[in-house]
Write a protein that binds this ligand. Sequence first.
Ligand code: ADP
Ligand code: MG
Length: 199
Amino acid sequence: MLDADFFRRWMTATAASVDREAERLTALDSPIGDADHGSNLQRGFTAVIATLEKEAPDTPGAILMLAGRQLISTVGGASGPLYGTLLRRTGKALGDAAEVGEEQLAEALRAGVDAVMQLGGAAPGDKTMIDALVPAVDALGDSFGAARAAAEQGALATTPLQARKGRASYLGERSIGHQDPGATSSALLIAGLVEAADE
Ligand code: ADP
Ligand code: MG
């Protein structure tokens, strides 16, 4: 079973990898965006960790809902409301249970990803974070490791795509040949599950 500590470790691991990879995420957002994705998420996840320490929510659902709310209020870019919605909706689906099973988390994340697609209007293949998140959720029934691999593969597979949503879509065909920054950071979020489980 996955308890509140697991979810805190997930957020901590994600914040650490976002910190480590911030420059790369911003560099990916340079040719097909406005070069702020790394700094956006760094600001957001730093605020998430601070709020989790201060408010100390004690259930998986409450942790993710608070984290999502914090991302929405601190990340200026498009990715803030999208990641915020992902975590809030996932947290809401977990309800107020003290511990949840891996299957329950997979179902909740599915609801979260659906909410992101509804909010942003992106479908798989549009060269967004959805291209990492959907395959990850599909593989989550197998294992966290399988989900991580699927997310990384999904992020890499955005390179030859033409962007149909978000800032990169303004570039039309010139968005082809660049890996999507949001799909790349989504793979970090999913990798955080493996780290949280390993500790
Ligand atoms: P902004 O584009 O406002 O500068 P960021 O740079 O932080 O925001 O995030 C850009 C990322 O957000 C993109 O790489 C893409 O993955 C994701 N994104 C943008 N628009 C959408 C959307 N409508 N649906 C899903 N993801 C999106
Ligand atoms: Mg940007």
